[in-house]
Design a protein around this ligand. Structure first.
Ligand code: NAD
Ligand code: AHE
Ligand code: ZN
Length: 369
């Protein structure tokens, strides 16, 4: 079938809107009509050429929501008409990662997914007879996409696509990092580096968890008001701090953060996030994604003296199980998504979403089809 897609032909170039061909679902696969997709910083990161796994031409996008149109042979858990959120971290419930009880990082299709292919090693998308690659197993920058059954969370039918698509990455990543990964406890002091589409969800997660002090760190003053609305108690602009940021934050939190979260993707702020943690127990969670060749460093003494450095993907969430619950939280008014979706646009204007992100003018842009 013909589908409308934003194609990434080359690193560093804008996406082009084209009609591409999409084959139907094979065994264990599902054809989904995408109704809405968010644009995450990770899409921009891959498009920039900094992603070691970035491959072109590809159809990017990993924060979508839509409706099942057709299922391939052997698909049992979904049927046409079901509302779904595609998952870049699947949940097969059978691999030793899924059954370990220690991680959400299902590996059932990770190898082919990282190569831009479906689990059988081929692509369903093509243009002029040449394959176009999938991205993160989801490729939501197209009005139709094919996704493995294990990479789809079934959600309730009254949830608005243009809002809950954000649960496909940013919301779950931020809130999940607090609840699943850090397991922040009531009364904890939290420092959040980067108040964008992820960091603001860390802040609302910290408020849900009952954190006491929630410090937000960002170079962009315009993020302050929204962060306060979501629960930030103290704002720090590093440009306005005299001297080093780390002792400033340690002093502000009266000894250091119980938990810090890096939501930028900058290896310098990753170090600051670790080192602003409380001696003896502070834990720093890396969420931001850093480019090829970048490495983190610190004095080992920081770890010897009890600070813990951890990371999280998709907020540690097992998607088929937890995403429907997070949709319920939104529908019950327990979490706020609406105020974070600052821009909505048609697919034709998707490059504007990248511009707004780079200019620091949006939190989340959503494309509706
Ligand atoms: P964003 O662009 O919306 O937000 C980044 C924020 O960081 C902005 O507010 C910006 O002003 C601020 N910032 C930039 N440099 C700074 C600095 N030196 N000091 C302080 N603040 C600074 O991006 P996002 O969509 O929120 O994504 C954030 C990061 O998280 C990206 O690296 C993205 O790739 C990553 N990410 C990771 C996961 C995961 O599962 N681990 C999931 C989603 C996104
Ligand atoms: N491909 C990159 C890393 C990109 C990355 O870290 N992706 C996160 C999700 S970011 C969502 O916005 C992730 O889930 N990682 C786990 C995984 O298995 O990919 C690289 O550096 O190679
Ligand atoms: Zn993302």
């Amino acid at each position: 079938m013909d589908v409308r897609a934003a194609v990434a032909h080359q690193a560093g170039q804008p996406l082009t809107i084209e009609t591409v061909q999409l084959e139907g679902p094979r065994e264990g696969e599902v054809l989904v009509e995408i109704k809405a997709t968010g644009i995450c910083h990770t899409d921009a990161f891959t498009l920039s050429g900094d992603d070691p796994e970035g491959l072109f031409p590809a159809i990017l996008g990993h924060e979508g929501a839509g409706v099942v149109v057709e299922v391939g042979a052997g698909v049992r858990s979904l049927k046409p008409g079901d509302h779904v959120i595609p998952l870049y971290v699947p949940e097969c419930r059978q691999c030793n990662y899924c059954t370990s009880g220690k991680t959400n990082l299902c590996q059932a299709v990770r190898e082919t997914q990282g190569a831009g292919l479906m689990p059988d090693g081929s692509s369903r998308f093509s243009l002029g007879g040449k394959p176009v690659l999938h991205y993160m197993g989801t490729s939501t920058f197209a009005n139709y996409t094919v996704v493995p059954e294990i990479s789809l969370a079934k959600i309730r039918e009254d949830a608005p696509f243009e809002k809950v698509c954000y649960i496909g990455c940013g919301v779950t990543t931020g809130i999940g990092a607090v609840i699943n990964t850090a397991k922040v406890e009531p009364g904890a002091n939290v420092v959040v580096f980067g108040l964008g589409g992820i960091g603001l969800n860390v802040i609302q997660g910290a408020r849900l968890a009952g954190a006491d002090m929630i410090v937000g760190v960002d170079l962009n003053e315009s993020k302050r008001a929204l962060a306060e609305k979501f629960g930030m108690t103290h704002f720090v602009n590093p440009k306005e701090v005299e001297g080093d940021l780390v002792p400033y934050l340690v002093n502000l939190t009266k000894g250091g953060a119980d938990y810090s979260f890096e939501c930028i993707g900058n290896v310098k702020t990753m170090r600051q996030a670790l080192e602003c943690c409380h001696k003896g127990w502070g834990e720093s969670i890396i969420i931001g994604v850093a480019g090829a060749g970048q490495e983190i460093s610190t004095r080992p003494f920081q770890l010897v003296t009890g600070r813990v450095w951890r990371g999280t993907a998709f907020g540690g969430a097992k998607g088929r199980t937890q995403v429907p619950q997070i949709v319920d939280w939104y529908m019950d008014g327990k979490i706020n998504i609406d105020d974070l979706i600052t821009h909505v646009m048609p697919l034709d204007e998707i490059n504007t979403a990248f511009d707004l992100m780079h200019e620091g003018k949006s939190i989340r842009s959503v494309v509706t089809f």
